[in-house]
Design a protein around this ligand. Sequence first.
Ligand code: AMP
Ligand code: ZN
Length: 474
Amino acid sequence: MALKLFNTLTRSVQEFTPLDPAGRKVGLYCCGPTVYDFAHIGNWRTFVFADLVRRTLEFSGYDVQHVMNITDVEDKIIKRVRENKTTLREFTGRFEAAFLDDLKTLSCREPHVKPRATEHIPEIIAIIEKLVARGVAYKVHDGSVYFSIEKYRGCGCCYGQLLKLNLDEMRAGERVAADEYEKESVADFALWKAYVPEDGDVTWDSPWGKGRPGWHIECSAMSIKALGETFDLHLGGEDLKFPHHEDEIAQSEGATGKPFVKYWLHGAHLLVEGKKMSKSLGNFFTLRDLLAKGFTGREVRYLLLTAHYRETFNFTLDGLHGAKTALARIDECVGKLRELGKGALPRTQAAPPASPASLVAQFSFALADDLNISASWGAVFEWVRETNKRIADNSLTATDAADALIAWEKVDAVLGVGTKTETEVPADILALAEARATAKQARDFKRADAIRDELKAKGWVIEDTPKGIKLKKI
Ligand code: AMP
Ligand code: ZN
């Protein structure tokens, strides 16, 4: 089944066909993090969604070029650089590294290109120059440059492609900064912001004087540089539709005269315990906060992947406990298959044939339907149930088990939850386990029980199995 996705541009679910005439190459851009703090769990919902889109495209056989920018110059960043008395690069470098670490912890595939805004100032200036030359951007007295919505529309271009906008009310509620009073219209937005003393060292030369770029123009410049003037997919959280993405379209199409993006995909927001995340409500979690509570990146990824990307998702700590249980069911089943299939070769080296009822066929069918993730997980858990049943009644051969493992690996290439790797047992825990075995041999059960309790207090359970002792992390 062909892949279908909801395109915000057409407000409809559409079959995905790449711009590449050969039908293979796909360009995907996702607005990246603003690196002034650790990313929160809401941000992570959007980045895990982008990873799901990329993996789905790769699973469907496309050759994806994934670009995710790093917004490393912006108002909040400049404010924090000033407060922390540090340099822009030192400050943003720290949070960029943390972001990339977290991305790995959540098993997101690393984007192929990660452009930084500060390294694209010439490209940004070149686009602004084009817009000025075309008469849709204007310089004001202080050296700032604005985009004129009215002049852009006057050229027959459409502003408001992603959502219906009431142009009279637009941005009326937005605070007009003291340095923006020279705008011709309240609807206009900054492409270049003239230098003010609070910017400190964060400034570049331009044809309009010293200053720095606006946020929206950064994404136009970086996406066009990496993927060309027209590319396939552009992603982000739903809050970015307006003004960020609408402005990206206006700047890009205003400068190139070509359609900017074929498919716009937006992920819905994440709430925590039913509420918008905020530090004052105490429901603001970074990934690191959750790891400190003993959860793993794998559990967080699983939970973020349980809801459809266009539905608001309610994140709860209970949900994370549920993720632990669900993953344990998969791990147990895959573990048994590994045991059973040890040494056996699958039927075909490449992959077992996908019968209509097979895991891979049902999973791909669900995924192709605008990433219907609940049906995709449904296929996985039905397979777990069926496999467990077959193992229990001894009707699964070693070859069947090897085939089943290949099917799971194919599906997991999209889900990315993997299977639990055997945890390395630390030396002190091993020593305690050995001491317990010695005590048992000497029939000193009191001491053996005391050691078992000590292990438990350290977070390990010990199991006596017919094959020997097993240590498990609680
Ligand atoms: P930022 O670092 O603020 O530029 O945001 C990075 C990404 O996270 C953007 O695509 C936002 O739309 C997205 N985002 C921000 N808050 C949430 C949330 N509560 N739920 C889902 N995505 C979010
Ligand atoms: Zn962007």
